[in-house]
Design a protein around this ligand. Structure first.
Ligand code: SF4
Length: 386
């Protein structure tokens, strides 16, 4: 939200300036109300009514709902948000047993251009601001009640490490002010080596997930253009440095694509990268996207690939797509709510995606997303959940 003030975009000092003339303790009351109690300024009832109204006006929400869908019996909620400049991003909330996870976007669109990914196909719009990232988590935490939000994963739209200067302060805010522990915060990257090294130098050791998808440079160059800039040798060296420095578990994300990266030799190559780093491998059948014709690996092929990895000494798990009925991959909700040539001049419309319920308040152009970025692990390895 470059240039626009929002309630989670201001820091404590700016808030103190806004509250000049009020008793100093008001800063703490407002800050606590926003972050710990997850309240709208109007609902911070220990403030005078006039002040609540002023803060509500001066610190607007960054996210306006443009669409929402619920599926998996209420266990998955996906939002499409409209930002102050018309950009749109998605957030997904997933309940899974004891765990409640939100998957957040870090950019509107993405410049990494991975061919199989709808977000990459649509191109880059802009970086999200700190307040736009933090507010996604706050909205999800509110909605999660009475469950407590336990995990935040940066696996939505965009490449988080390409927006490092906003993603890192957002992570700090989630840790310092929303009270989420570092071991429950995960940053996913397609392989931005300088970002991984920068992350390793931070004092807060968050989890790192690397979207690998291919384990030799020739294949990865084709699937992930960034590999030409940061080939596997450099990427693996950065991963090793991250693990040594932070002692955090590393995971490799692998979107299984039929006859592209699900061959026995792919498992052998992947195992040779994962084993030395003791990396956990998450296997995700590729979500189909309009711009990439090759389908995901069928369920029996996914199980076979997983078993092969395990027989090679790799800790591997199959993840299943949450919210299939709501276009599980980030950007696909945006696609479902868009139409050819749709723009602000066209009327808002509602899209029903049985068996989900969905209401949209606006249409948008462009679809997108990272494969499996809105998935959760199944509890049993090498079996795909229904
Ligand atoms: S897979 Fe991730 S890094 Fe690649 S284009 Fe999609 S959002 Fe960007």
């Amino acid at each position: 939200m470059a240039g626009a003030v929002s309630r989670y975009g201001v820091d404590r000092e700016t808030l103190a300036e806004l509250l000049a003339g009020h008793p100093a303790y008001r800063v703490g009351q407002v800050w606590d109300g926003l972050h710990r109690r997850l309240l709208d300024p109007l609902a911070v009832t220990d403030l005078p009514l006039a002040l609540r109204h002023r803060l509500h006006e001066q610190l607007p929400a960054a996210l306006a709902p443009a669409g929402e869908a619920v599926t998996d019996g209420g266990a998955t909620v996906k939002w499409l948000w409209r930002l102050h400049d018309g950009a749109q991003v998605e957030t997904v909330l997933m309940h899974y047993g004891e765990r409640t996870t939100v998957c957040v976007s870090s950019q509107a669109g993405c410049a990494m251009a991975c061919g199989f990914c709808a977000t990459g196909q649509a191109g880059f719009e802009r970086n999200l601001a700190v307040g736009e990232i933090v507010e996604q988590v706050v909205r999800a935490a509110r909605r999660a009640r009475p469950h407590r939000l336990t995990n935040v994963v940066f696996m939505g739209m965009g490449e988080p490490l390409a927006n490092y200067d906003r993603v890192w302060p957002a992570l700090r805010r989630l840790h310092d002010d929303l009270g989420l522990s570092a071991r429950h915060l995960t940053v996913s990257t397609i392989g931005v080596v300088p970002g991984i090294r920068r992350l390793a130098a931070e004092e807060l050791p968050v989890n790192l997930a690397v979207s690998l998808h291919a384990a030799n440079d020739a294949d990865r160059d084709r699937l992930v253009p960034l590999n030409r800039r940061y080939p596997l040798e450099r990427l693996m060296a950065a991963c090793a440095h991250y693990v040594e420095t932070t002692h955090r578990r590393l995971s490799f994300e692998w979107a299984l694509i039929d006859a592209v990266n699900d061959r026995p030799g792919d498992a052998v190559e992947l195992a040779s990268l994962a084993r030395p780093l003791r990396a956990h491998v998450n296997l995700i059948p590729l979500n189909p996207t309009p711009g990439y014709a090759t389908p995901g690996t069928p369920a029996d092929g996914v199980r076979a690939f997983c078993r092969r990895l395990r027989s090679l000494g790799v800790n591997a798990t199959v993840r299943h797509n949450r919210g299939k009925g709501i276009d599980a991959a980030c950007g696909q909700l945006r696609a479902s709510l868009s139409g050819a040539g749709a723009d602000a001049a066209h009327p808002a419309r509602t899209v029903n995606l049985s068996p989900t319920r969905m209401a949209s308040t606006r249409t948008s152009p462009a679809p997108t997303t990272p494969p499996g970025h809105t998935t959760e692990r199944t509890s049993s390895p090498c079996t795909t959940a229904p």
